[in-house]
Write a protein that binds this ligand. Structure first.
Ligand code: GDP
Length: 175
């Protein structure tokens, strides 16, 4: 079809984070698919398109999953080069996944991409009893690294729509 009728501008958004933190689930939620507990770790890199209306424009967020790769060499330059927003995702029940955020943050800086927008997502906040990384720890990291901080749940859907709308509106304003 004629893509011109579907959206006005397209931005690439890259999800980074350890395996099993919920990157695929975030994509599934935003694509309107049901929450599933039986999805295994995804292989390779894949994306979904989400069109978000901002003011008079239709913004197409092309949301890429990196399937847990821990360096850009395995992801490939083509995947991150034109990225406008990096979303660093961790699982609040898994301290190691939070520690890895520092690593991903450094990767972005080393690749000279530190001027692109970055977001910190604390996922699985529905698992209150098992929570290991509290809100203060996440907030502090985000503040220190000039990132916006969001707490989400792919199970309840909490904050996910708001989060992607925020990205779309930030990108429209700054690009
Ligand atoms: P990925 O490897 O980062 O893509 O992680 P997945 O999206 O495959 O999720 C890994 C597992 O965590 C799956 O069993 C999901 O159902 C589960 N999961 C993802 N997000 C949430 C969440 O917000 N809450 C709960 N309770 N489980 C989640």
């Amino acid at each position: 079809g004629d893509n011109k009728n579907l959206f006005d501008v397209k931005y690439k958004v890259l999800l980074l984070g350890d395996t099993l933190v919920g990157k695929t689930s975030l994509q599934r939620f935003i694509a309107g698919k049901d929450f599933r507990t039986d999805i295994g770790a995804t292989i390779g890199v894949d994306f979904i398109n989400k069109i978000i209306p901002i003011e008079q424009s239709k913004i197409n967020l092309q949301i890429w999953d990196t399937a847990g790769q821990r360096n850009f060499r395995t992801i490939g330059r083509g995947y991150y080069a034109s990225t406008k927003a990096f979303v660093l995702v961790y699982d609040v029940t898994n301290m190691e996944s939070f520690r890895l955020i520092e690593h991903f943050s450094q990767l972005i800086e080393k690749a000279g991409l530190d001027l692109e927008r970055r977001y910190l997502v604390a996922n699985k906040i529905d698992l209150i009893e098992d929570r290991k990384v509290d809100e203060e720890l996440g907030q502090r990291f985000a503040l220190r690294n000039s990132m916006a901080y969001f707490e989400t749940s792919c199970k309840t859907g909490e904050n996910i729509q708001d989060f992607f709308e925020q990205i779309a509106s930030d990108l429209v304003r700054h690009n």
